[in-house]
Design a protein around this ligand. Structure first.
Ligand code: SF4
Ligand code: SF4
Ligand code: SF4
Length: 248
């Protein structure tokens, strides 16, 4: 049974401890950022090769109430990862999935992908996660802290979270916890939902509509670049299968 995360956004205070812990554990360098103004403290503005975790801030008006949603974004470690299916077509096993934990890992072999291979891999990802270092060619993202998990430790972001937003454990336990928390949270937020729990090992509990968090809070209904039928079938992972089923 693989491992899973439950990210309970009803508890997130946007302290960004998880984002900092991820950078520290992975020894990722600081990147130059700017405060974007217009009320958002999201920084940096997007995932990049040196930020595998990004707490996204989203404000919107709900009637006369201002809602401020926080979304600690990261790779979902898909159960059947489309990024690997597309990547294997050009360089086999540059992207691997750990059988014990379910972690989807981009290895050093991802340097062998061309820039257009990278675009195909990123476009196959329903959550717009992979990023490429233009200088080294390395493609990177969250690793599930697999080296920690294999030694019985928690991922660094989970260990650092002070509010109970980030949870990690056996998939069955996380699915059970997700259903329990959903039932509780729905009492205050009737529209609360779990994002794609059957397809991913990083399950988000949302208390607002997905679009009020982030364009990719749930699997994108249309790939970023429209695929033709052959590409579409080639990229068929579970998230895409659900889309294919809906389109059929
Ligand atoms: Fe939210 Fe926890 Fe990350 Fe803080 S550490 S931003 S509470 S998920
Ligand atoms: Fe791959 Fe994207 Fe799924 Fe992560 S979220 S495993 S990068 S397809
Ligand atoms: Fe970063 Fe590890 Fe958390 Fe992934 S699991 S976001 S690599 S700290």
């Amino acid at each position: 049974m693989p491992k899973s995360f439950l990210i309970d956004t009803s508890r997130c205070t946007a302290c960004r401890g998880c984002q900092v812990a991820c950078k520290e554990w992975n020894e990722l360098p600081a990147n130059k950022t700017t405060q974007s103004g217009w009320g958002s403290h999201q920084n940096p503005q997007d995932l990049n090769p040196f930020n595998y975790k990004l707490v996204r801030f989203s404000e919107h008006l709900d009637g006369e109430v201002i809602r401020w949603n926080f979304f600690p974004d990261q790779c979902r470690h898909c159960v059947s990862p489309p990024c690997k299916q597309v990547g294997d077509m050009t360089v086999e096993n540059a992207i691997v999935q750990d059988k014990k934990t379910g972690a989807v890992i981009f290895t050093d072999k991802t340097r062998k992908y061309s820039a257009s291979d990278f675009e195909d891999i990123r476009d196959a990802c329903p959550y717009n996660i992979p990023r490429r270092n233009a200088e080294t060619g390395l493609i990177s993202k969250c690793t599930m802290c697999n080296e920690r998990v294999l030694k019985g430790m928690l991922p660094a972001c989970v260990k650092a979270c002070p509010t109970g937003t980030m949870n990690f454990g056996e998939r069955a336990d996380m699915l059970k916890l997700a259903e329990e928390r959903l039932a509780t949270v729905k009492q205050s937020f009737p529209q609360a939902m779990l994002a794609d729990p059957e397809d991913v090992n990083v399950i988000f509990l949302l208390i607002d509509e997905p679009k009020n968090y982030h364009d990719y809070a749930v699997a994108a209904l249309t790939p970023v670049r429209p695929l033709d039928r052959k590409e579409f079938l080639a990229a068929l992972g579970r998230p895409f299968k659900r889309i294919a089923d809906r389109l059929a």
